[in-house]
Design a protein around this ligand. Sequence first.
Ligand code: ATP
Ligand code: MG
Length: 257
Amino acid sequence: MDSKVAKADAKHQKIHSRKRKKDNDDRKVGSEIFDKITLETLYKLANQGYIDVLNGAISTGKEANVLTGIHKENKFTAVKIYRIATSDFKKMNYYLNGDPRFNIKTKNKRKIINSWVTKEYKNLKRLYDAGVSVPEPYTSLNNVLLLEFIGDEKGNPYQPVKNQKPENPDDFFSKLLAEVKKFVNEAKLVHGDLSNYNILNKNETPVIIDVSQSVVLDNPISKELLERDINTLVREYKKLGVDTDFDEIWEYISPVF
Ligand SMILES: Nc1ncnc2c1ncn2[C@@H]1O[C@H](COP(=O)(O)OP(=O)(O)OP(=O)(O)O)[C@@H](O)[C@H]1O
Ligand SMILES: [Mg+2]
């Protein structure tokens, strides 16, 4: 594995282990995420008619908080808010630099976060338009991304596969592979952090989330990221009892770089 990718990966692992410690710490949400600019951004989005009410937190991660919002027709929205204080700018810069769509040369942290959020929005849009099972993106502004809420009509979010194992792993896995194939061949993107943490189990159908770090196939690191993603899936789904291996999946996707 390329050492740069390995480094970014090690960083990411750290983020995930720290994240788990904080997962239950909902009390901090208010003071931590609603800095002045975030509040102004949320007001603007409210004025534009995107959200009326902000509800509780679905997830309190290291870099982002995901909340449910409600808008006019009593529809739920997911509201993903990146926190400037805890964002990993090195990682963001690393994934932004190789992307011809984001030729940014700035050390301004807010600008980097805004590009990161725009990148997640654009990736989601491209995936959604290509028919991949991802939440529909609504809009993004500064450090806030509004996207389709993946959950039931009462506002309960569907859980990541990590917490909600599929009833029929073989069936679920073949649906997932069909989505990954479209991800790569139709949307021409590689996820880059694909794992059961970032795949929601929507009534036995996979919904892929968290695509801020996803890269275009033209990005020099895309091949290695796809290899890593596939290795992760093989490891995780073997544990769930699925009989699969790397070569079989690679051949099924048949990526063209
Ligand atoms: N559209 C959505 N609908 C329902 N739940 C969602 C949605 N998006 C995210 N979530 C929930 O929020 C969690 C975190 O979201 P996501 O993976 O996008 O953030 P993250 O980048 O991993 O955050 P961090 O790195 O700060 O931990 C997910 O594991 C999932 O439980
Ligand atoms: Mg995630």
